[in-house]
Design a binder for this molecule. Sequence first.
Ligand code: EPZ
Length: 419
Amino acid sequence: MDKLLITGGIPLSGEIRISGAKNAALPILAATLLAETSSYVNNVPHLQDVTTMMNLLGRMGVELIVDEKLNIQADSNRVHTFAAPYELVKTMRASVLVLGPLLARFGEAHVSLPGGCAIGSRPVNLHIQGLTAMGADIQVENGYISAKAKRLHGAKIFMDLVTVTGTENLMMAATLAEGTTILENAAREPEVIDLAKCLISMGAKIEGVGSDTLHIEGVEKLSGTHYSILPDRIETGTYLVAAAMTGGHIKLKDTDPSLLDAVLQKLTEIGAYITTGDSWIELDMRGQRPQAVDIYTSPYPAFPTDMQAQFTALNSIADGVATITETVFENRFMHALELQRMGAKIRLEGNMAIIKGVPRLQAAPVMATDLRASASLVLAGLVADGDTVIERIYHIDRGYERIEEKLSQLGAKIRRIRY
Ligand code: EPZ
């Protein structure tokens, strides 16, 4: 079990490249199941979750050719198995994204129910309700979703909650359904838009992209495409917070500032000087301590829940008192318990954290519990007095490409300890 060892107190400086977005790569790789000819997907991040998705597709019979830059060619014409087994789904909930494409293209799917995780129960009832409305016969038994459909048909679906993968699953299923599907209260995250653009490049007919109502007119078949994944806005935000916390000055390349307006607004409020271009963001916080800032998470375009843990770490060392309200997941403050062990003054009251900033955190052995929580512990280690050791960093490897290499490029003193 690898660990990360971080020596705190060094202001970050320099520039790094941002990778492709994990949460766009996963649905777009699943979407290759829909196409009758090969697809080529570029700018895919080197992440454990991507490896898991490729393992899952490969076991179904998708032929994958991958080059050294992780450009992926996928051909789903010899798919022989329409199943996503528990042993893979339990390591990556996003495996549920094969459900819609399998049903739409092959009329059959046998997908393990993705269990809950550290941040919440993570049900998929809205995925199932939508596919049922489209004519699928779905049984949920023995921990599996078993679904069949001669051919899905269009439906008007109102999703009770804004669900990112729920919107993605139903949008993918609707591309090959007979007739028109209307998805109301659809998610508007940039990764949902990227998937929609990819599906349209395959021949799908989708209107309302970027809005909360999607109109999808089913077609007979989809063709393979060449598609490049958009930059990862959460990786971008995480490194910006790292620079802000350490009083540094960094430049991020191959990113897109328009993907994270709410985050950039909050970084400006804490006192950061930010300049941007079409594909870069520069943040200068030299000689400054962050001002405390209140955060309220909500679906896009509001402040993203995936940046909440990072701002909990920032507020832990900021000047002042702040509240952080988590409205998307029911248990997404696990990182607060570990930050408290580093000296953070955090009080939890239901879905709110009240944080009184302290001048310095103390290094401590801490444990990662989920992807973004582990990122917040890395950020805390960058500013803590002494050497912080973070255990269970497999959580980090799921969502951050070569994190110790990128942070080292920015001057951090960080190394991976292999056990
Ligand atoms: C996606 O998860 C992301 N994962 C998450 O990122 C992200 O935190 C989340 O969206 C919110 O932005 C991927 O895209 C692979 P939801 P998803 O369905 O789709 C409830 C990361 O760090 N809900 O939008 O699983 C659900 O419980 C990960 O990269 C239902 O009740 O999240 C939650 O409270 C973590 N029934 C809320 O909706 C359903 O059928 C939003 O969940 C579906 C969702």
